[in-house]
Design a protein around this ligand. Structure first.
Ligand code: H76
Length: 471
C-alpha cells in the first residue's frame, strides 16, 4: 500500500506537449493516458505472448528456384521478385497434414503464454480463414479447413487469448497502392480500403472472441495520407468487439504522423514499435507512461519458417527470458515469435524453446504476469518488477562474484526482508548507506536466473542516521 504511494510520484514528466503548442487534430489520439478498463488490464497483465507467422511463405522456407535468400522468409516473394499469380500457386501445396490445433494450444499453454497473435493475413495476401472477399484463402487449398477458426477454438479452450495480426499492405490485391499518384490510383485505393474494411468486419464477426487486432504493413504513404481511415478502422472494430485492443501501428493522424500524433500522444491502445529491440532500461523510462508490447524473433530476423537457421545467430532460452523480463520491468509485454513448418508442425528448436521458457515461467512467473515497472534504479544484476500488491521482485540474471546484490531505494523507503521466491530462503539484508542495501545471494547456486521477493517499507519522516557529504 505505502509502496503504491511513492510509485505514483515517479512518472513526473508528461510526453504530450500542452497549452499553446496544441495542434488541433481530427484523427489524433482518442485519449490521454492509459486505458484502464478490464479488457486493457487483462491485455497488460497477460504480459507474455506468442506470435505465429504462418502462410504460403512457409512452403519455400526462404528458397526460390534453387537460391536460398537470407532475408526474412515471409518476404521471399519480394526478395525473389515473384509475381503474385506465380506466388499464389503455392496454394496448391498448402496441405499441412500434421496441423493439430489442440497440440499448438497445449504447446502455448506449456510455454506459459497468456495470448497468441496469429497472422490472419501477411503481406502476401493469403488468408488463414475462408474470407469471402478473396480467392487466396485456405478454403481454396487442398487442405480446405479454416485454420484460424480451429486455432481460435483450441487456444480459447486452454484459456489463452487470441490476437489477430493483420497486414493492411496486401501484395495480392490489384487495387493496393503504396502511393497515390493519379486519380485512378485514388479510385483503386478507395476500393482497396473498402475491401479491407470488409475483411476486418468479417474477422470481427466470425471470431467474436478475438481480443486484439495488431496491424502491420501500414507504413506506405497511401495509408499515411489517409489517417481518417486508420481512425475509422479503430472505431469500427471497437464497435464490433467490446473491449478489443488495437496497436499503435495502425494509426496515422491528419498530418501522416504515426504511432504518436502531432501532439505527442499515443494513438491506439498500446505502442507497438519495439520490434526486435527493446527500450534502454536506464535512458528510456518514458515508456513506462503508456502501455506497450514488444515482439521478437528467435533468429536475428525470421518470422515465417525459414529452412536454414544457420544463417544468423539464434537466441538461447535464457536470452529470451531476459527479454521477457526486461520488457515487463519497463511496463511492457513481450511476444515471442514462432514460424511453423509447412507440414503444420513446429521445428524442434521452437519446441525446445517453448518448453524451456515454460519451465522457467512455472517457477518464476509470479515475477512476470501482472507485474509492472517497479520504480527503482536499475542495477547490474538484472531487473526489478513490481507485483499487483506492490511487492517488488528482483530477477537476477548476472550472479555477482561479490555474492552481494545492491539495492537502492527512493528517499524514505527501506528494505525489510528478502527471500528466494522458490524456497522462501531468507537472504541477509544489510543496510550499507542511506537508501542502499546489500542482499546476499542464495546459499546454493541456482543454476539459472532466479527471483528474490523484497519486502519494503515506506517511512514518513523517520530518523536518518546518515550525513551528506560536504562538497
Ligand atoms: C517488416 C515487417 C513485418 N513485421 C513483422 C512483425 C513481421 O511480420 C515482418 O514480416
Amino acid at each position: 500500500m505505502t509502496l503504491i504511494v511513492w510509485l505514483a510520484l515517479v512518472p513526473a514528466t508528461l510526453c504530450a506537449q500542452q497549452g499553446a503548442t496544441e495542434i488541433p487534430l481530427k484523427y489524433g489520439a482518442d485519449r490521454v493516458g492509459k486505458r484502464e478498463d478490464p479488457a486493457m488490464i487483462k491485455f497488460r497483465e497477460n504480459r507474455l505472448g506468442a506470435f505465429i507467422h504462418w502462410g504460403l511463405y512457409a512452403i519455400p522456407g526462404g528458397e526460390w528456384n534453387g537460391k536460398v535468400y537470407p532475408g526474412a522468409a515471409e518476404w521471399l516473394k519480394s526478395w525473389a521478385n515473384v509475381p503474385s499469380d506465380e506466388w499464389m500457386k503455392l496454394m496448391d501445396q498448402w496441405n499441412p497434414t500434421k496441423f493439430d490445433a489442440t497440440a499448438w494450444a497445449k504447446m502455448a499453454k506449456d510455454m506459459g503464454v497468456r495470448y497468441v497473435k496469429i497472422t490472419t493475413k501477411h503481406h502476401e495476401g493469403f488468408c488463414l480463414w475462408p474470407s469471402k472477399y478473396s480467392k487466396y484463402t485456405v478454403a481454396q487449398t487442398p487442405y480446405k479447413k479454416d485454420i484460424l477458426g480451429e486455432l481460435v477454438k483450441a487456444y480459447n479452450k486452454e484459456g489463452i487469448d487470441v490476437h489477430f495480426y493483420f497486414s493492411v499492405m496486401d501484395w495480392s490485391h490489384p487495387d493496393y497502392r503504396s502511393s497515390i499518384k493519379t486519380p485512378a490510383d485514388s479510385v483503386a485505393f478507395s476500393r482497396f480500403l473498402e475491401f479491407t474494411d470488409n475483411q476486418l468486419k468479417e474477422l470481427a464477426t466470425r471470431y467474436p472472441t478475438v481480443k486484439d487486432f495488431w496491424f502491420d504493413g501500414t507504413w506506405d504513404s497511401s495509408i499515411k495520407k489517409n489517417g481518417w481511415w486508420t481512425a475509422h478502422v479503430e472505431r469500427m472494430l471497437k464497435e464490433l468487439v467490446l473491449g478489443v485492443t488495437i496497436n499503435s501501428r495502425l494509426r496515422a493522424d491528419d498530418y501522416g504522423k504515426r504511432h504518436f500524433d502531432s501532439n505527442g500522444r499515443l494513438m491506439g491502445d498500446y505502442e507497438s514499435a519495439y520490434e526486435r529491440r527493446l527500450p534502454d532500461p536506464v535512458k528510456d523510462l518514458k515508456v513506462t507512461q503508456w502501455d506497450w508490447e514488444a515482439c521478437m524473433t528467435l533468429p536475428e530476423n525470421q518470422w515465417g519458417y525459414h529452412k536454414d537457421w544457420s544463417l544468423s545467430y539464434v537466441k538461447t532460452p535464457i536470452e529470451v527470458i531476459d527479454r521477457i523480463v526486461h520488457a515487463v520491468s519497463m511496463g511492457g509485454n513481450m511476444v515471442v515469435n514462432f514460424g511453423p513448418q509447412p507440414d503444420g508442425d513446429f521445428r524442434p528448436e521452437e519446441k525446445e524453446m517453448a518448453k524451456a521458457v515454460g519451465q522457467w515461467m512455472r517457477r518464476y512467473g509470479q515475477a512476470v504476469y501482472a507485474c509492472d515497472y517497479a520504480g527503482l534504479p536499475k542495477q547490474d544484476w538484472g531487473y526489478y518488477t513490481r507485483g499487483k500488491e506492490g511487492e517488488v521482485y528482483m530477477v537476477v540474471f548476472n550472479q555477482p562474484y561479490s555474492r552481494r546484490l545492491t539495492v537502492k531505494t527512493p528517499k524514505g523507503v527501506t528494505v525489510k526482508k528478502a527471500e528466494l521466491l522458490t524456497s522462501g530462503e531468507q537472504l541477509d539484508v544489510v543496510e550499507t548507506a542511506r537508501n542502499e542495501y546489500n542482499i546476499s545471494v542464495p546459499a546454493q547456486d541456482q543454476g539459472e536466473p532466479y527471483v528474490i521477493r523484497l519486502q519494503m517499507h515506506s517511512k514518513e519522516g523517520g530518523k536518518d542516521s546518515y550525513r551528506d557529504a560536504l562538497t
